[in-house]
Ligand binder design. Structure first.
Ligand SMILES: Cc1cc2nc3c(=O)[nH]c(=O)nc-3n(C[C@H](O)[C@H](O)[C@H](O)COP(=O)(O)OP(=O)(O)OC[C@H]3O[C@@H](n4cnc5c(N)ncnc54)[C@H](O)[C@@H]3O)c2cc1C
Length: 474
Protein backbone atom coordinates (compact mmCIF):
# COMPACT_ATOMS: atom_id res chain seq x y z
CA UNK A 1 0.00 0.00 0.00
CA UNK A 2 1.41 3.38 -0.99
CA UNK A 3 0.64 6.43 1.16
CA UNK A 4 1.43 9.91 -0.13
CA UNK A 5 1.42 12.89 2.21
CA UNK A 6 1.28 16.54 1.09
CA UNK A 7 3.51 18.64 3.39
CA UNK A 8 6.16 17.81 5.99
CA UNK A 9 5.25 19.55 9.24
CA UNK A 10 3.88 18.40 12.65
CA UNK A 11 0.85 16.54 11.21
CA UNK A 12 2.86 14.59 8.63
CA UNK A 13 5.59 13.93 11.19
CA UNK A 14 3.06 12.59 13.71
CA UNK A 15 1.90 10.14 11.04
CA UNK A 16 5.46 9.17 10.01
CA UNK A 17 6.67 8.85 13.60
CA UNK A 18 3.81 6.44 14.42
CA UNK A 19 4.32 4.42 11.23
CA UNK A 20 8.04 4.10 12.02
CA UNK A 21 7.17 2.90 15.52
CA UNK A 22 4.74 0.28 14.18
CA UNK A 23 7.31 -0.88 11.62
CA UNK A 24 9.96 -1.26 14.33
CA UNK A 25 7.47 -3.35 16.33
CA UNK A 26 6.98 -5.56 13.25
CA UNK A 27 3.24 -4.95 13.24
CA UNK A 28 1.81 -7.09 10.43
CA UNK A 29 -0.57 -4.39 9.13
CA UNK A 30 2.26 -2.00 8.18
CA UNK A 31 4.73 -4.48 6.66
CA UNK A 32 3.84 -3.53 3.09
CA UNK A 33 3.22 0.16 3.70
CA UNK A 34 5.30 2.51 1.59
CA UNK A 35 5.33 6.20 2.61
CA UNK A 36 6.33 9.28 0.64
CA UNK A 37 5.94 12.84 1.94
CA UNK A 38 6.17 15.70 -0.56
CA UNK A 39 7.19 19.12 0.76
CA UNK A 40 7.29 22.22 -1.44
CA UNK A 41 10.02 23.85 0.69
CA UNK A 42 13.59 22.62 1.16
CA UNK A 43 13.02 22.20 4.91
CA UNK A 44 10.60 20.57 7.36
CA UNK A 45 8.29 22.22 9.87
CA UNK A 46 5.81 24.34 7.90
CA UNK A 47 4.46 27.04 10.22
CA UNK A 48 6.55 25.49 13.00
CA UNK A 49 9.87 26.23 11.27
CA UNK A 50 12.50 28.71 12.44
CA UNK A 51 14.17 31.21 10.10
CA UNK A 52 17.61 32.76 10.61
CA UNK A 53 17.99 36.38 9.47
CA UNK A 54 21.14 37.80 7.91
CA UNK A 55 22.40 39.07 11.29
CA UNK A 56 22.04 35.60 12.85
CA UNK A 57 18.82 36.15 14.87
CA UNK A 58 16.38 33.22 14.94
CA UNK A 59 12.66 33.77 14.30
CA UNK A 60 9.77 31.37 14.75
CA UNK A 61 6.59 32.00 12.76
CA UNK A 62 4.77 33.39 15.79
CA UNK A 63 5.18 32.41 19.42
CA UNK A 64 5.16 28.59 19.53
CA UNK A 65 4.28 27.48 23.02
CA UNK A 66 3.24 24.00 24.07
CA UNK A 67 2.57 22.87 27.58
CA UNK A 68 3.66 19.42 28.62
CA UNK A 69 1.26 16.90 30.12
CA UNK A 70 -1.47 17.51 27.54
CA UNK A 71 -0.26 14.65 25.33
CA UNK A 72 2.35 12.28 26.81
CA UNK A 73 2.90 10.72 23.35
CA UNK A 74 3.84 14.16 21.95
CA UNK A 75 6.07 14.89 24.97
CA UNK A 76 7.91 11.60 24.45
CA UNK A 77 8.43 12.14 20.71
CA UNK A 78 9.61 15.75 21.06
CA UNK A 79 11.94 15.01 23.95
CA UNK A 80 13.53 12.21 21.91
CA UNK A 81 14.06 14.71 19.07
CA UNK A 82 15.66 17.53 21.09
CA UNK A 83 18.03 16.81 23.97
CA UNK A 84 18.33 20.20 25.67
CA UNK A 85 15.23 22.14 26.68
CA UNK A 86 14.60 25.27 28.71
CA UNK A 87 11.65 25.31 31.08
CA UNK A 88 10.18 28.78 31.49
CA UNK A 89 7.60 30.19 33.81
CA UNK A 90 4.82 31.82 31.85
CA UNK A 91 4.53 35.51 32.69
CA UNK A 92 2.05 37.07 30.30
CA UNK A 93 0.34 40.42 30.73
CA UNK A 94 -2.13 42.51 28.80
CA UNK A 95 -1.94 46.21 27.95
CA UNK A 96 -5.23 47.85 28.98
CA UNK A 97 -4.11 51.44 28.28
CA UNK A 98 -7.36 52.30 26.46
CA UNK A 99 -9.43 51.52 29.57
CA UNK A 100 -7.36 54.09 31.46
CA UNK A 101 -7.43 56.65 28.63
CA UNK A 102 -3.64 56.41 28.26
CA UNK A 103 -1.56 56.26 25.06
CA UNK A 104 1.45 54.36 26.48
CA UNK A 105 1.41 50.97 28.15
CA UNK A 106 -0.71 49.94 31.14
CA UNK A 107 -0.11 46.30 32.02
CA UNK A 108 -2.35 44.02 34.05
CA UNK A 109 -1.98 40.23 34.42
CA UNK A 110 -3.45 37.97 31.75
CA UNK A 111 -6.14 36.71 31.23
CA UNK A 112 -7.74 40.15 31.53
CA UNK A 113 -10.95 38.70 33.00
CA UNK A 114 -8.92 37.59 36.05
CA UNK A 115 -7.53 41.11 36.48
CA UNK A 116 -10.90 42.78 37.18
CA UNK A 117 -9.68 44.07 40.58
CA UNK A 118 -6.98 46.03 38.70
CA UNK A 119 -9.38 47.62 36.20
CA UNK A 120 -10.12 51.37 36.15
CA UNK A 121 -12.65 52.22 38.91
CA UNK A 122 -15.78 52.55 36.78
CA UNK A 123 -15.09 49.39 34.72
CA UNK A 124 -14.22 47.47 37.87
CA UNK A 125 -17.54 48.40 39.51
CA UNK A 126 -19.52 47.51 36.39
CA UNK A 127 -17.68 44.22 35.88
CA UNK A 128 -18.19 43.12 39.47
CA UNK A 129 -21.93 43.88 39.28
CA UNK A 130 -22.26 42.07 35.93
CA UNK A 131 -20.32 39.03 37.15
CA UNK A 132 -22.36 38.91 40.40
CA UNK A 133 -25.57 38.90 38.40
CA UNK A 134 -24.22 36.01 36.27
CA UNK A 135 -23.14 33.94 39.27
CA UNK A 136 -26.59 34.37 40.85
CA UNK A 137 -28.66 33.66 37.74
CA UNK A 138 -27.36 30.69 35.81
CA UNK A 139 -28.14 30.99 32.11
CA UNK A 140 -29.19 27.80 30.34
CA UNK A 141 -29.49 29.25 26.84
CA UNK A 142 -26.97 27.79 24.38
CA UNK A 143 -24.83 30.62 22.95
CA UNK A 144 -24.93 30.81 19.15
CA UNK A 145 -21.93 33.11 18.69
CA UNK A 146 -18.68 33.80 20.53
CA UNK A 147 -20.10 37.21 21.44
CA UNK A 148 -23.13 35.52 23.09
CA UNK A 149 -20.72 33.28 25.01
CA UNK A 150 -18.67 36.25 26.28
CA UNK A 151 -21.78 38.21 27.27
CA UNK A 152 -23.26 35.18 29.04
CA UNK A 153 -20.10 34.44 30.99
CA UNK A 154 -18.58 37.87 31.63
CA UNK A 155 -21.01 40.65 30.70
CA UNK A 156 -20.79 43.73 28.45
CA UNK A 157 -17.99 45.59 30.26
CA UNK A 158 -15.31 42.90 29.78
CA UNK A 159 -16.65 42.31 26.29
CA UNK A 160 -16.35 45.96 25.25
CA UNK A 161 -13.16 46.85 27.07
CA UNK A 162 -11.06 43.77 26.28
CA UNK A 163 -12.64 40.74 24.57
CA UNK A 164 -14.13 42.51 21.56
CA UNK A 165 -11.15 44.72 20.60
CA UNK A 166 -8.57 42.01 21.35
CA UNK A 167 -10.36 39.23 19.48
CA UNK A 168 -11.03 41.56 16.57
CA UNK A 169 -7.28 42.11 16.27
CA UNK A 170 -6.40 38.40 16.37
CA UNK A 171 -9.22 36.99 14.28
CA UNK A 172 -9.85 40.05 12.09
CA UNK A 173 -13.61 39.38 12.23
CA UNK A 174 -16.19 40.35 14.83
CA UNK A 175 -16.95 38.10 17.84
CA UNK A 176 -20.58 38.01 16.60
CA UNK A 177 -19.42 36.17 13.46
CA UNK A 178 -17.56 33.44 15.35
CA UNK A 179 -18.84 30.20 16.85
CA UNK A 180 -18.41 29.45 20.58
CA UNK A 181 -17.44 25.76 20.09
CA UNK A 182 -13.69 26.32 20.21
CA UNK A 183 -13.50 28.35 23.43
CA UNK A 184 -13.64 25.41 25.90
CA UNK A 185 -9.92 25.06 26.61
CA UNK A 186 -8.86 28.40 25.10
CA UNK A 187 -10.74 31.07 27.08
CA UNK A 188 -10.62 30.75 30.86
CA UNK A 189 -13.86 31.26 32.78
CA UNK A 190 -13.67 33.12 36.06
CA UNK A 191 -15.12 31.09 38.96
CA UNK A 192 -16.86 33.15 41.67
CA UNK A 193 -14.52 31.90 44.43
CA UNK A 194 -11.47 32.89 42.38
CA UNK A 195 -12.85 36.38 41.77
CA UNK A 196 -13.60 36.82 45.46
CA UNK A 197 -10.09 35.76 46.45
CA UNK A 198 -8.56 38.10 43.83
CA UNK A 199 -10.74 41.00 45.03
CA UNK A 200 -9.50 40.47 48.59
CA UNK A 201 -5.85 41.00 47.54
CA UNK A 202 -3.77 44.16 47.60
CA UNK A 203 -2.44 45.52 44.27
CA UNK A 204 1.05 44.17 45.06
CA UNK A 205 -0.33 40.72 45.88
CA UNK A 206 -2.45 40.72 42.73
CA UNK A 207 0.50 41.25 40.43
CA UNK A 208 2.07 38.09 41.88
CA UNK A 209 -1.19 36.14 42.28
CA UNK A 210 -1.68 32.58 41.02
CA UNK A 211 -3.92 33.02 38.00
CA UNK A 212 -4.79 29.37 37.93
CA UNK A 213 -2.55 28.28 35.05
CA UNK A 214 -1.90 24.97 36.89
CA UNK A 215 0.36 22.73 34.78
CA UNK A 216 0.31 25.45 32.10
CA UNK A 217 2.26 27.80 34.38
CA UNK A 218 5.44 26.45 32.73
CA UNK A 219 6.31 25.78 29.12
CA UNK A 220 9.32 24.22 27.46
CA UNK A 221 11.32 25.48 24.52
CA UNK A 222 14.46 24.11 22.78
CA UNK A 223 17.66 25.61 24.20
CA UNK A 224 19.12 25.86 20.68
CA UNK A 225 17.70 26.28 17.18
CA UNK A 226 14.25 27.75 17.92
CA UNK A 227 11.04 25.73 17.69
CA UNK A 228 12.03 24.49 14.24
CA UNK A 229 14.77 22.36 15.85
CA UNK A 230 12.09 19.98 17.16
CA UNK A 231 10.77 19.09 13.72
CA UNK A 232 14.13 19.19 11.95
CA UNK A 233 15.67 16.79 14.42
CA UNK A 234 12.62 14.52 14.54
CA UNK A 235 12.70 14.24 10.74
CA UNK A 236 16.42 13.39 10.82
CA UNK A 237 15.66 10.31 12.93
CA UNK A 238 13.07 8.92 10.48
CA UNK A 239 13.85 6.92 7.28
CA UNK A 240 15.20 9.52 4.83
CA UNK A 241 13.68 7.86 1.76
CA UNK A 242 10.25 8.89 3.10
CA UNK A 243 11.01 12.60 2.42
CA UNK A 244 10.90 14.43 -0.88
CA UNK A 245 11.71 18.16 -0.62
CA UNK A 246 11.26 21.00 -3.13
CA UNK A 247 8.32 19.02 -4.48
CA UNK A 248 5.14 21.04 -4.85
CA UNK A 249 1.92 19.15 -5.43
CA UNK A 250 0.03 20.98 -8.17
CA UNK A 251 -2.95 18.70 -8.77
CA UNK A 252 -4.78 15.69 -7.39
CA UNK A 253 -6.62 13.27 -9.66
CA UNK A 254 -8.94 11.30 -7.37
CA UNK A 255 -10.22 9.13 -10.23
CA UNK A 256 -6.81 7.75 -11.18
CA UNK A 257 -5.56 8.12 -7.57
CA UNK A 258 -2.53 10.11 -8.59
CA UNK A 259 -0.96 13.46 -7.80
CA UNK A 260 1.10 15.75 -10.02
CA UNK A 261 4.02 17.70 -8.65
CA UNK A 262 6.89 19.92 -9.77
CA UNK A 263 10.39 19.49 -8.44
CA UNK A 264 12.97 22.24 -7.80
CA UNK A 265 10.70 24.90 -9.36
CA UNK A 266 11.33 23.58 -12.86
CA UNK A 267 8.50 23.24 -15.32
CA UNK A 268 8.47 19.49 -15.75
CA UNK A 269 5.40 18.01 -14.13
CA UNK A 270 5.81 14.55 -12.62
CA UNK A 271 3.11 12.28 -11.33
CA UNK A 272 2.82 9.70 -8.62
CA UNK A 273 0.16 7.10 -7.78
CA UNK A 274 -1.22 6.58 -4.30
CA UNK A 275 -3.56 4.23 -2.50
CA UNK A 276 -4.16 6.73 0.30
CA UNK A 277 -3.55 10.47 0.14
CA UNK A 278 -3.05 12.56 3.29
CA UNK A 279 -3.33 16.29 2.82
CA UNK A 280 -1.83 18.68 5.40
CA UNK A 281 -1.99 21.75 3.12
CA UNK A 282 -5.07 24.04 3.30
CA UNK A 283 -8.27 22.05 2.72
CA UNK A 284 -9.94 24.93 0.83
CA UNK A 285 -7.23 24.67 -1.85
CA UNK A 286 -7.65 20.89 -2.09
CA UNK A 287 -11.40 21.25 -2.59
CA UNK A 288 -10.96 24.01 -5.18
CA UNK A 289 -8.44 21.86 -7.01
CA UNK A 290 -10.30 18.52 -6.98
CA UNK A 291 -13.79 20.06 -7.18
CA UNK A 292 -14.99 17.09 -5.15
CA UNK A 293 -17.62 19.41 -3.70
CA UNK A 294 -18.55 23.07 -4.12
CA UNK A 295 -16.08 25.63 -2.65
CA UNK A 296 -16.05 25.76 1.14
CA UNK A 297 -17.47 28.72 3.01
CA UNK A 298 -14.61 28.94 5.52
CA UNK A 299 -12.37 31.84 6.50
CA UNK A 300 -8.76 32.38 7.45
CA UNK A 301 -6.62 35.44 8.08
CA UNK A 302 -3.01 36.29 7.35
CA UNK A 303 -0.33 37.03 9.91
CA UNK A 304 2.74 39.22 9.61
CA UNK A 305 5.70 38.29 11.77
CA UNK A 306 8.07 41.13 12.63
CA UNK A 307 11.21 40.31 14.60
CA UNK A 308 13.43 43.01 16.06
CA UNK A 309 16.97 42.12 17.16
CA UNK A 310 18.49 44.53 19.68
CA UNK A 311 21.62 45.25 21.66
CA UNK A 312 21.48 44.66 25.39
CA UNK A 313 20.51 45.92 27.92
CA UNK A 314 16.96 44.66 27.74
CA UNK A 315 14.25 47.13 28.78
CA UNK A 316 13.98 46.56 32.52
CA UNK A 317 10.24 45.99 32.88
CA UNK A 318 10.39 43.34 30.10
CA UNK A 319 13.10 41.25 31.77
CA UNK A 320 10.72 38.83 33.48
CA UNK A 321 7.94 38.83 30.89
CA UNK A 322 7.43 36.00 28.37
CA UNK A 323 4.81 37.65 26.17
CA UNK A 324 2.31 40.55 26.11
CA UNK A 325 -1.15 41.02 24.57
CA UNK A 326 -2.33 44.28 22.96
CA UNK A 327 -6.01 45.09 22.35
CA UNK A 328 -4.96 48.72 21.63
CA UNK A 329 -5.84 49.56 17.96
CA UNK A 330 -3.01 52.14 17.87
CA UNK A 331 -0.40 49.36 17.47
CA UNK A 332 -0.55 46.69 14.72
CA UNK A 333 0.41 43.72 16.88
CA UNK A 334 -1.93 41.64 19.03
CA UNK A 335 0.94 39.86 20.77
CA UNK A 336 4.67 40.26 21.24
CA UNK A 337 7.07 37.65 22.64
CA UNK A 338 10.51 38.10 24.15
CA UNK A 339 12.01 35.29 22.10
CA UNK A 340 15.57 35.68 23.42
CA UNK A 341 14.23 34.71 26.85
CA UNK A 342 13.00 31.38 25.47
CA UNK A 343 16.33 30.02 24.15
CA UNK A 344 19.56 30.89 22.33
CA UNK A 345 17.85 32.82 19.54
CA UNK A 346 20.31 35.68 19.00
CA UNK A 347 23.86 35.58 17.59
CA UNK A 348 25.05 35.90 21.22
CA UNK A 349 22.62 36.12 24.15
CA UNK A 350 25.25 37.92 26.26
CA UNK A 351 25.17 40.82 23.77
CA UNK A 352 21.69 40.84 22.22
CA UNK A 353 18.01 40.34 22.93
CA UNK A 354 15.00 40.01 20.67
CA UNK A 355 11.29 40.69 20.50
CA UNK A 356 8.86 39.23 17.98
CA UNK A 357 5.50 40.75 17.05
CA UNK A 358 2.48 39.03 15.47
CA UNK A 359 0.04 41.18 13.47
CA UNK A 360 -3.11 39.68 11.89
CA UNK A 361 -5.02 41.12 8.94
CA UNK A 362 -7.93 39.98 6.76
CA UNK A 363 -6.60 38.21 3.65
CA UNK A 364 -7.88 40.96 1.36
CA UNK A 365 -6.18 43.77 3.35
CA UNK A 366 -3.83 45.58 0.94
CA UNK A 367 -1.31 46.65 3.62
CA UNK A 368 2.25 45.65 2.73
CA UNK A 369 4.80 43.77 4.81
CA UNK A 370 7.00 46.87 4.76
CA UNK A 371 4.20 49.07 6.15
CA UNK A 372 3.47 46.56 8.92
CA UNK A 373 7.19 46.37 9.73
CA UNK A 374 7.44 50.15 10.10
CA UNK A 375 4.23 50.35 12.16
CA UNK A 376 5.50 47.56 14.43
CA UNK A 377 8.79 49.31 15.16
CA UNK A 378 6.94 52.59 15.91
CA UNK A 379 4.44 50.67 18.09
CA UNK A 380 7.21 49.02 20.11
CA UNK A 381 8.79 52.44 20.66
CA UNK A 382 5.40 53.99 21.58
CA UNK A 383 4.94 51.26 24.20
CA UNK A 384 8.48 51.96 25.58
CA UNK A 385 9.51 48.37 24.87
CA UNK A 386 12.48 49.20 22.64
CA UNK A 387 14.54 52.24 21.65
CA UNK A 388 15.46 52.93 18.03
CA UNK A 389 19.18 53.18 18.87
CA UNK A 390 19.34 49.57 20.10
CA UNK A 391 18.02 47.99 16.89
CA UNK A 392 20.52 45.83 15.01
CA UNK A 393 18.19 43.73 12.88
CA UNK A 394 14.61 43.74 11.59
CA UNK A 395 13.06 40.58 10.14
CA UNK A 396 9.61 40.23 8.61
CA UNK A 397 7.55 37.49 6.99
CA UNK A 398 4.00 37.30 5.65
CA UNK A 399 2.10 34.12 6.50
CA UNK A 400 -0.80 33.92 4.08
CA UNK A 401 -2.59 31.23 6.09
CA UNK A 402 -2.26 32.39 9.71
CA UNK A 403 -5.35 31.42 11.74
CA UNK A 404 -8.21 29.13 10.67
CA UNK A 405 -11.15 31.26 11.89
CA UNK A 406 -13.85 29.43 13.86
CA UNK A 407 -16.79 30.91 11.98
CA UNK A 408 -20.37 29.84 12.63
CA UNK A 409 -20.59 27.77 9.43
CA UNK A 410 -17.17 26.12 9.84
CA UNK A 411 -18.05 22.66 11.19
CA UNK A 412 -20.79 21.98 8.65
CA UNK A 413 -18.56 23.10 5.81
CA UNK A 414 -15.59 21.00 6.95
CA UNK A 415 -17.81 17.92 7.42
CA UNK A 416 -19.05 18.45 3.87
CA UNK A 417 -15.45 18.41 2.63
CA UNK A 418 -14.53 15.23 4.52
CA UNK A 419 -17.69 13.51 3.28
CA UNK A 420 -16.54 14.23 -0.28
CA UNK A 421 -12.85 13.37 0.26
CA UNK A 422 -12.83 10.25 2.44
CA UNK A 423 -14.75 7.93 0.05
CA UNK A 424 -11.81 8.56 -2.33
CA UNK A 425 -9.22 7.65 0.34
CA UNK A 426 -8.19 11.29 0.81
CA UNK A 427 -7.75 12.40 4.43
CA UNK A 428 -7.16 16.05 5.27
CA UNK A 429 -5.73 16.84 8.71
CA UNK A 430 -3.66 19.48 10.53
CA UNK A 431 -3.93 23.23 11.18
CA UNK A 432 -5.28 24.12 7.74
CA UNK A 433 -5.84 20.56 6.52
CA UNK A 434 -8.35 20.12 9.37
CA UNK A 435 -9.21 23.82 9.88
CA UNK A 436 -10.19 23.56 13.55
CA UNK A 437 -8.42 26.20 15.60
CA UNK A 438 -9.02 24.36 18.88
CA UNK A 439 -7.06 21.39 17.48
CA UNK A 440 -4.45 23.29 15.47
CA UNK A 441 -1.39 23.72 17.69
CA UNK A 442 1.75 21.64 17.14
CA UNK A 443 0.83 19.02 19.74
CA UNK A 444 -2.71 18.70 18.35
CA UNK A 445 -1.45 18.37 14.78
CA UNK A 446 1.20 15.81 15.69
CA UNK A 447 -1.46 13.75 17.54
CA UNK A 448 -3.86 14.13 14.59
CA UNK A 449 -1.18 12.51 12.40
CA UNK A 450 -0.55 9.76 14.95
CA UNK A 451 -4.25 9.00 15.41
CA UNK A 452 -4.82 8.89 11.67
CA UNK A 453 -2.08 6.23 11.42
CA UNK A 454 -3.76 4.26 14.23
CA UNK A 455 -7.08 4.49 12.43
CA UNK A 456 -5.78 3.48 9.00
CA UNK A 457 -3.54 0.63 10.20
CA UNK A 458 -5.14 -0.58 13.43
CA UNK A 459 -8.77 0.52 12.97
CA UNK A 460 -8.69 2.64 16.14
CA UNK A 461 -11.12 5.60 15.86
CA UNK A 462 -9.55 9.07 15.99
CA UNK A 463 -10.24 10.91 19.24
CA UNK A 464 -8.79 14.39 18.86
CA UNK A 465 -9.90 15.42 15.39
CA UNK A 466 -13.61 15.22 14.69
CA UNK A 467 -14.46 15.15 11.00
CA UNK A 468 -18.18 15.43 11.64
CA UNK A 469 -18.66 12.04 9.92
CA UNK A 470 -19.79 8.84 11.70
CA UNK A 471 -16.91 7.37 13.73
CA UNK A 472 -16.67 3.87 12.23
CA UNK A 473 -16.06 4.35 8.56
CA UNK A 474 -13.84 1.35 7.89
C1 LIG B 1 0.96 33.00 14.29
C2 LIG B 1 0.99 31.58 14.73
C3 LIG B 1 1.13 31.28 16.08
C4 LIG B 1 1.16 29.95 16.51
N1 LIG B 1 1.32 29.68 17.84
C5 LIG B 1 1.43 28.39 18.27
C6 LIG B 1 1.69 28.08 19.63
O1 LIG B 1 1.82 28.95 20.48
N2 LIG B 1 1.79 26.77 19.97
C7 LIG B 1 1.68 25.75 19.07
O2 LIG B 1 1.84 24.59 19.43
N3 LIG B 1 1.41 26.02 17.78
C8 LIG B 1 1.28 27.30 17.36
N4 LIG B 1 1.02 27.57 16.02
C9 LIG B 1 0.58 26.46 15.16
C10 LIG B 1 1.65 25.61 14.51
O3 LIG B 1 2.43 26.39 13.67
C11 LIG B 1 0.90 24.50 13.77
O4 LIG B 1 0.26 23.70 14.74
C12 LIG B 1 1.70 23.51 12.94
O5 LIG B 1 2.74 24.05 12.21
C13 LIG B 1 0.72 22.83 12.00
O6 LIG B 1 1.33 21.77 11.35
P1 LIG B 1 0.69 21.14 10.06
O7 LIG B 1 1.49 19.93 9.77
O8 LIG B 1 -0.76 20.92 10.27
O9 LIG B 1 0.78 22.20 8.90
P2 LIG B 1 1.67 23.42 8.46
O10 LIG B 1 2.61 23.86 9.51
O11 LIG B 1 0.70 24.40 7.91
O12 LIG B 1 2.52 22.80 7.28
C14 LIG B 1 1.98 22.40 6.06
C15 LIG B 1 3.15 22.03 5.16
O13 LIG B 1 2.64 21.69 3.87
C16 LIG B 1 3.47 22.25 2.89
N5 LIG B 1 2.68 22.40 1.65
C17 LIG B 1 1.59 23.20 1.46
N6 LIG B 1 1.12 23.09 0.20
C18 LIG B 1 1.92 22.19 -0.41
C19 LIG B 1 1.95 21.64 -1.73
N7 LIG B 1 1.05 22.00 -2.65
N8 LIG B 1 2.91 20.74 -2.03
C20 LIG B 1 3.82 20.35 -1.10
N9 LIG B 1 3.86 20.86 0.14
C21 LIG B 1 2.91 21.74 0.49
C22 LIG B 1 3.91 23.57 3.48
O14 LIG B 1 5.07 24.08 2.86
C23 LIG B 1 4.13 23.17 4.94
O15 LIG B 1 5.43 22.73 5.18
C24 LIG B 1 1.00 28.89 15.57
C25 LIG B 1 0.87 29.19 14.21
C26 LIG B 1 0.86 30.51 13.79
C27 LIG B 1 0.71 30.84 12.34
Amino acid sequence: MKIVVIGVAPTALGFAYRLNELKKENVEEVKNVELIMLEQESFVGGLSCTAVDNKGFLWDMGAHITYSQNYPYYDKATSEAVQEWNSLQRNSLVDLNCMFGETGIHLVPYPAQFAVPLFAEKEKENCLAELKERYENECNVQPVTFEDWILQNFGPTIHNSFMKPYNRKVWTIDTSKMNPIWVGSRVAKLPQKKLESLCAMSKEELVKADFGWGPNAYFTYPKYGGIGAVWKQMAEKLPQNWFKYKSKVVSVNYRSKSISFIENNNEIIKSMKYDILINTAPIDKLINETKLCTPLNIKHNKVFIVGVGLELPMTEFCETITWLYFPDPAVPFYRISFLSRFGETTPDNTKYWSVMAECARPIEDPITEEEIRDQTVEGLILKSIITREQIVSIYSKTINYGYPIPTIERDEEIARAHAALEPHDIYSRGRFGGWKYEASNQDHCFIQGKELADRLFLDIPEKLYKTGLPEHRG
